[in-house]
Design a protein around this ligand. Structure first.
Ligand SMILES: *Cc1c(COP(=O)(O)O)cnc(C)c1O
Length: 428
């Protein structure tokens, strides 16, 4: 399973890519710069495994950053896509699948009576904010530092994910006027949330209920409840960005697991089954503000794309309670095994069903500042050591591992053996 030292094809492709794609990639974290190595060019995926263009095989814990909860190239999902494709790839007109998908989401997430599909989580987040502003007739948004909601101008302030990885506080090219309506508060800081909602009239409190773009940093006891209370008291809407947690941590996402009901839910990743699809949803009242039912304009040429809808439906159809139990079991075995492999070294392994982050820190990580204080150099060396042993972790401290239903006990034992050796290599 170990990768070989010959990575000639990857190297050649990377050099060509650097000529025609900024940084050689189409999304920043893929470049693997945060862990000080070149990107790996993928030839194919099989279940929980990836094969690169040089024939090296890896156990994949990125799984496309979340969508592939059933692993790569699942035969039922491929069949659904192929069948949909045979009837035509896009119409710009409604299809039955979209109705079925919206109904299925509504059965799982009771706060979502209606939804609108988009092609990316970024678009869904942007549109959810627009809806909240229209409904409340207010402009300000409360956002948490280290939370990532896609690359919407106004939300690119102290954002996690690739921005944290690059150490960029915000992006060049974002007008100050765009982030002026965004107020940043530290995650898990109840006092700061209360102070902010007293000082400002927010259209929305926007949160990843289980933030996973600064590494996985779960809410403190009672924190999500506090967000609900503060939203209600101040007349703001509560928006949960469940692009990662939705359909992953539980059948009904984080809001089911935590029993806190948001006003608007942003969905993505798993909902598209590995094809480009995302959505935002809410009560009928709120969603009927969206055009053409209402006055909030939002549209998309490929929104509700038949292939993506087919992949999403096939993905959700296989996500029953048994699947969630199995994913939770795989995740806790992985987390527990990583904890054991780390031993008394300064590593904190955090997990929720379907999500794991090993923080290279001697104390628990509860917010973005603490996440950025981790030993990033050692984490990078550990990731490189894992890749050399055929295990493909997210190449950044500020991302979560995505164990899938395709990961077997054998995959876990190979992973944990590699992890133990990698810990020894970087800590001694
Ligand atoms: C990935 C992600 C997004 C953005 O989704 P894209 O499809 O990449 O635009 C938004 N919010 C969260 C929480 C995410 O993890």
């Amino acid at each position: 399973m170990a990768s070989s030292l010959t990575d000639t094809r990857s190297r050649d492709l990377y050099l060509r890519a650097l000529d025609v794609l900024p940084g050689g990639v189409n999304s920043p974290v893929r470049a693997m710069r945060a862990i000080g190595r070149d990107p790996i060019f993928v030839a194919r995926g099989e279940g929980a495994e990836l094969v690169d263009v040089d024939g090296n095989r890896y156990i994949d814990y990125v799984c496309s950053w979340g969508p592939l909860i059933h692993g790569h190239a699942h035969p039922e999902i491929l069949a659904a896509i192929a069948q949909a494709a045979a009837y035509g790839t896009t119409f710009g007109a409604p299809t039955a699948g979209e109705v079925e998908l919206a109904e299925e989401v509504g059965r799982r997430i009771t706060s979502v009576e209606m939804l609108r599909m988009t092609s990316s989580g970024t678009e869904a987040a942007m549109s959810a904010v627009r809806l909240a502003r229209a409904v409340t007739d207010r402009e300000l948004i409360l956002k948490f530092s280290g939370a990532y909601h896609g690359h919407v101008d106004g939300l690119l302030a102290e954002a996690g994910s690739g921005l944290a990885t690059a150490g960029v506080p915000a992006s060049a090219g974002v007008p100050a006027s765009a982030t002026a309506a965004t107020v940043i508060v530290a995650w898990n800081d109840a006092e700061a949330v209360i102070a902010a909602t007293q000082r400002h009239q927010f259209a929305a409190i926007l949160a990843e209920p289980y933030p996973a773009n600064m590494g996985l940093v779960p809410p403190a006891e009672g924190f999500l409840e506090l967000l609900r209370e503060q939203a209600d008291e101040s007349g703001a809407l509560l928006i949960f960005d469940e692009v990662i947690s939705g359909f992953r941590v539980a059948r009904g996402g984080a809001q089911e697991l935590a029993s806190v009901r948001p006003d608007i839910t942003i969905m993505g990743k798993v909902i598209g089954g590995g094809l480009p699809a995302a959505a935002y949803g809410a009560s009928r009242d709120l969603m009927e503000r969206i055009a053409p039912a209402g006055d909030v304009y939002q549209a998309g040429t490929l929104s509700g794309n038949p292939l993506a809808v087919a992949a999403g439906l096939a993905t959700l159809a296989m996500l029953d309670e048994k699947a969630y139990l199995r994913l939770a079991g795989t995740t806790s075995a992985l987390a527990e095994g990583l904890r054991e492999a780390a031993g008394d070294r300064p590593v904190q392994v955090v997990s929720l069903p379907g999500l794991v982050t090993p923080f290279f820190s001697d104390r628990p990580v509860t917010n973005y500042a603490e996440a950025t204080a981790c030993d990033l150099d050692r984490h990078a060396a550990w990731c490189r050591a894992l890749l050399a042993r055929g295990v493909y972790p997210p190449p950044s401290q500020f991302e979560a591992w995505f164990p899938s239903l395709a990961h077997t006990p054998e995959h876990l034992s190979v992973t944990l053996e590699a992890a133990a050796a990698a810990f020894t290599e970087v800590f001694g």
